[in-house]
Design a protein around this ligand. Sequence first.
Ligand SMILES: C[S@@+](CC[C@H](N)C(=O)[O-])C[C@H]1O[C@@H](n2cnc3c(N)ncnc32)[C@H](O)[C@@H]1O
Length: 385
Amino acid sequence: MNRLTTSGAGYDLARFPEDPRDPFRAWDAADEYLLRRLEGTDESEPVDLSGAVVVVGDRWGALSTVLAGHRPVQITDSYLAQRATLANLDRNGVDAHAVRLLSARDTPPDRIDVLLVRVPKSLALLEDQLHRLAPGVHAGTVVIGTGMAKEIHTSTLKLFERIIGPTRTSLAVKKARLVFCTPDPALARTPSPWPYRYDLPEGVGPVSGRTVTNHAGIFCAERLDIGTRFFLGHLPARSGPDRVVDLGCGNGVVGLSAALANPEATVTFIDESYQAVASAEETFRANTGPDAKADFVVGDGPAQLPPASVDLVLNNPPFHSHQATTDATARNMFHGARAALRQGGELWVVGNRHLGYHTQLRRIFGNCITVAGDPKFVVLRAVKR
Ligand SMILES: C[S@@+](CC[C@H](N)C(=O)[O-])C[C@H]1O[C@@H](n2cnc3c(N)ncnc32)[C@H](O)[C@@H]1O
């Protein structure tokens, strides 16, 4: 946990799940820059926050916590960001109802007076969100984006220009930039181009040629990931009424493959992204009959599953840019999978060879074999004994 100090107050903030070994703070220079701009600077008046304030893409709830007194609506695609926000509000003695939490799948407010956008890593998610928010924006809406300079590209500004109105950026401060956008009510409203659907290639087992649905911002939304492709070629052949989990399901192609290969299985699709779980559900429904059994869960890994309830977990763990985050998420997923598996149940993992997941799996499960490998990827199997 770290303390964020604004001119008015101090806030104790942490990421979620809180991990004392996590070297990263729950906010960065882009959040600080935006908060300073809202308070007003030597060159600018404070922003009037008395109307409907919407905060989009707040990574760990820092912005929402500081702005809680203005009863903002927070919109995010991330379940972990929502949990971080609730934990940070609680940590600072703020009532959870001070911030209205909406997911990227929910209908945004129909009137927005101040729109604050933490520019997401995915341009596609920004595009989809701006399209969905635009009807609530009016000529007087104050629209300010924020991000680290390396996250804000010409393409980012063009999206604001095309969907909301004329856009300019601030000078960089501590490698962060603000985006100022003036709504143009005369701009024609166009629908979001998302979701995107594509057909899988041949040679990937039961899902060959199937159509997958991808909502904006999900992992590998425009083509099949090469690691996933390798996994699809080496999934276990099983039969009977298995309980299978597609852990970190993305568009659900791995779980769909398991369901098509074993129609008696019940597959639970889990992801922390609302857009991913919606994609997985649409992919599954479009490719299976009415008798196919599946659950769709937005959550933090397998944490919500009853212990010892699952026969098979299939997992392509997330690979973030911060190595420490990557390791922690994969490790948490492996621990959670072990708890959810019944005795004799199996966890199958695909990963980049260099990530060394076999070492972690051996530590957590006491065993791990390599089922398949190529120069880049390995498929690993660990059994709960
Ligand atoms: C490498 S992608 C794999 C997606 C899909 N299974 C595939 O192979 O195409 C990892 C997925 O894990 C999800 N994820 C990341 N952290 C998570 C968490 N704590 N709980 C559940 N899912 C998570 C991401 O949103 C992403 O969809």
